[in-house]
Design a protein around this ligand. Structure first.
Ligand code: GDP
Ligand code: MG
Length: 447
């Protein structure tokens, strides 16, 4: 896989978030530090890494929401990672007679990528051909021909001609029969005057719809300078990064291109003709983070949160400790059969076998009001509701846009719940589920 090492360490960071029972600043610091380390190891520019983690922290603080902190953190990391990779693939093949021109230095992967692109668009129903203009290296034309033959793609070359412009002229008429012409060119050790001139002449004669700069991932952050140099000399519509499979440092090339505002259109991820992908930053990052797509990612996060919190609340219930955080989770859980099941399963000696149906008849309006009220409370008040007296009640009610009566009702619920839990603890484990439910049902107005 591409960027294996980075992916492994990012997945570890995601796991750390999912597994934690208390989301706090220490966890966020810890995770951000891990991410910094992973990205720097993948050759991402240090300054960019620090800017990124700073932005993640700011976003998290801006959108803090007690009930979905883990999703918020994961989502923010995902979003910000996507944003440093630029826009990605923007190619649209509309008109007939599209022409791709591939340029780049020696060994960057131009010829291989011509064949890959041919395969890619052939599979999508286009009538494709390849055009070989590398008159510089003796065996270049034959390499292109061999690759094309394997894929049954027509190829136009002239091994004797030294002037690429003449080759274009020679085949001009025939090329008109194709939807897409993919053009291979010669490279050099560096972008020198000769290469620039050669590409400019080809450009003038061929009039390509897209010119792609081919960059091998192993040049790392150097991709920035190379892209800038090529862009200064000729028109570049996007880059294709090859050999992503062969280096742990591909983060450098990927982020450097975005930095120069040059879209990465495709990525080469292997030597075979099939090893080419459109570059889609969202898809790429969700894969790096180890989830199929964002939706599964968030769903997974929710499931784990449920499980961890259920276990935690279960433990707190049994130990007699209980605060408004727990109550809010309890209230949330009432809507969700799965969560109740989990909580009950945490309590020794109980099973779900005979769960009364009434348990699920929760008053939605009431839950909503309670949640709004709790959103207006400080962390201290939630952790230690005993401190909430008249003055605080007035403030909370104002903040939540509810009556003081509503706030008092919530506190009453909390006290009753706490009393029941104490009694439960005193009486030992409830003998059976019905007894437990009876105790829960003692909380008036809730069920
Ligand atoms: N592993 C890997 N090898 C690649 C990839 N793209 C190209 N190569 C290899 O890189 C070498 C140079 O490629 P070539 O297309 O001849 O480069 P050119 O000089 O720019 O035309 C060849 O051995 C290719 O097989 C890729 O995405 N992954
Ligand atoms: Mg070549």
């Amino acid at each position: 896989m591409v960027l294996d090492k980075l992916s492994t360490s990012l997945k570890e960071s995601m796991k750390k978030i999912l597994k934690t029972t208390h989301v706090n600043d220490a966890l966020i610091n810890d995770v951000l530090k891990d991410i910094q380390k992973s990205l720097i190891q993948a050759d991402v520019d240090i300054k960019l890494v620090f800017e990124l983690t700073k932005k993640i922290r700011e976003e998290i603080n801006k959108r803090k929401d007690r009930f979905s902190q883990k999703e918020l953190i994961i989502n923010t990391i995902y979003q910000e990672l996507v944003s440093i990779l630029g826009e990605g693939n923007t190619i649209t093949i509309e008109k007939k007679q599209e022409i791709f021109l591939l340029v780049g230095l020696f060994g960057s992967g131009k010829t291989t990528t011509c064949a890959k692109l041919g395969r890619y668009y052939q599979k999508r129903g286009l009538k494709v051909c390849l055009l070989g203009l590398d008159t510089f290296r003796p065996a270049a034309m034959r390499q292109l021909e061999q690759l094309a033959k394997k894929l049954n793609i027509p190829v136009f070359i002239d091994e004797k001609e030294k002037n690429p412009v003449k080759i274009i002229r020679k085949y001009k008429k025939e090329l008109k029969n194709y939807d897409l012409i993919i053009t291979d060119t010669a490279g050099r050790n560096a972008l020198d005057e000769q290469l620039t001139k050669e590409i400019k002449n080809i450009e003038k004669e061929l009039k390509p719809s897209y010119t792609f700069l081919i960059l091998p991932a192993d040049i790392g952050q150097n991709a920035k300078n190379q892209t800038i140099a090529f862009k200064d000399a000729i028109n570049i519509d996007g880059v294709i990064i090859t050999k992503l499979d062969g280096t742990a440092k591909a983060g450098g090339a990927l982020t450097a291109c975005a930095f120069t505002k040059t879209n990465i259109q495709f990525i080469g991820v292997g030597e075979k003709a099939e090893d080419l992908e459109e570059f889609k930053p969202k898809k790429f990052v969700s894969r790096l983070l180890g989830m199929g797509d964002l939706e599964t990612l968030l769903k997974k996060a929710e499931e784990v949160i449920d499980e961890v919190q259920a276990r935690e609340v279960g433990e707190r219930l049994m130990s007699g400790k209980f605060n408004l955080f727990d109550l809010s989770f309890q209230l949330e859980s009432m809507r969700n059969m799965g969560s109740i099941q989990k909580i009950v399963s945490m309590i020794p000696g109980l099973s779900m076998a005979n769960l009364p149906k009434e348990l699920l008849g929760v008053q939605e309006n009431k839950l909503r009001t309670f949640k709004i009220i709790m959103d207006s409370m400080t962390k201290e008040e939630l952790m230690n509701p005993e401190i909430i007296r008249a003055e605080r009640i007035e403030r909370i009610a104002r903040g939540a846009g509810v009556s003081e009566k509503d706030v008092r009702e919530l506190l009453k619920q909390y006290k009753q719940m706490k009393k029941i839990l104490k009694k439960m603890k005193g009486a030992g484990q409830p003998k059976n589920l019905r007894q437990l439910m009876k105790q829960f049902k003692g909380i008036k107005g809730l069920m």
